[in-house]
Design a protein around this ligand. Structure first.
Ligand code: ADP
Ligand code: MG
Length: 255
């Protein structure tokens, strides 16, 4: 049987009188890409924000690798292996691409986060491991050629890949991607699909929110469908594509 690395149980999140998420349960298994889809306002971003710890949940439980994390602050969840990207890119434009990834790596380290960026202190073997890890992340995200450029000078697609690179830098067990294909053109979406599969194949599970159905159907091992904050279906891409309830609530409109 598949092992869940991230478990969501009876998650509820209300904003005042708005029940954004109601009684939502699903698992993200080891080495799995799980898609989360649904119409606008169905609660996808609220789910990701609840998992990442952006705000407290109303009720329910979130477990990462067997440990309850729903009471932890955002930063501690990253350190425990849950990393995320945002729907819109936000980066420090004056930093280089490489510095950005180094900063992400330092989340799980004990030294001062800026020490390696600014070259403070001496180079330890830990630092050399870090350099190798950064090289590997830049390589899989296709950012090696622009690693020394300032973030403000790279393309918007490269900025989106950098967000994923930075999230990968903390060596996550699970990465949460909120609409990673937004603003990407067709060949960039292909690069993104390949990257998402590479991430899974390297051992990080992926939870991806996306409106591009071709991308979702191509990359996902399983899909959860939300409507009005509730799960209306779960299954393989093939099962979801042919599910009349999903077609009625979402895919009819998306197609
Ligand atoms: P999706 O990402 O699927 O488009 P969201 O999770 O952003 O949907 O929104 C789900 C519902 O929760 C919507 O009705 C939205 O207006 C509401 N909502 C989301 N975030 C907030 C917030 N911070 N305050 C109040 N209402 C919110
Ligand atoms: Mg959203």
């Amino acid at each position: 049987m598949a092992t869940p690395v991230l478990r969501v149980e009876s998650l509820c999140k209300s904003f005042g009188g708005v029940h954004a998420i109601r009684d939502l349960s699903f698992d993200v298994n080891e080495a799995q890409i799980l898609g989360l889809i649904g119409p606008n306002g169905s609660g996808k971003s609220t789910t990701v924000n609840s998992l990442a710890g952006l705000f407290p949940i109303t009720s329910g439980a979130i477990t990462l690798a067997g440990a309850k994390i729903d009471n932890l602050p955002e930063y501690d969840r990253v350190a425990k292996g849950l990393s995320r990207t945002f729907q819109t890119a936000s980066t420090f434009t004056e930093f280089t691409v490489r510095d950005h990834v180094v900063l992400g790596c330092n989340v799980t380290r004990t030294s001062h986060p800026l020490s390696s960026v600014f070259g403070i202190g001496r180079k330890s073997s830990e630092e050399e491991d870090l350099a190798a890890r950064v090289d590997r992340i830049l390589d899989i995200t296709d950012l090696t050629p622009v690693q020394d450029q300032r973030v403000g000078t790279i393309s918007s697609a490269q900025q989106r890949f950098l967000m994923i690179a930075t999230a990968l830098a903390s060596n996550p067990k699970v990465i949460l991607l909120d609409e990673p294909a937004a603003g990407l053109v067709s060949h960039e979406r292909k690069t993104l699909s390949d990257l998402i599969k590479k991430i899974r194949d390297l051992g990080t599970s992926v939870l991806v929110i996306e409106h591009h159905m071709a991308l979702i159907m191509e990359v996902c091992d399983r899909i959860v469908v939300l409507n009005f904050g509730q799960k209306i279906a779960e299954g393989t891409p093939e099962e979801i594509r042919n599910n009349p309830v999903v077609i009625d609530a979402y895919l009819g409109e998306a197609a």
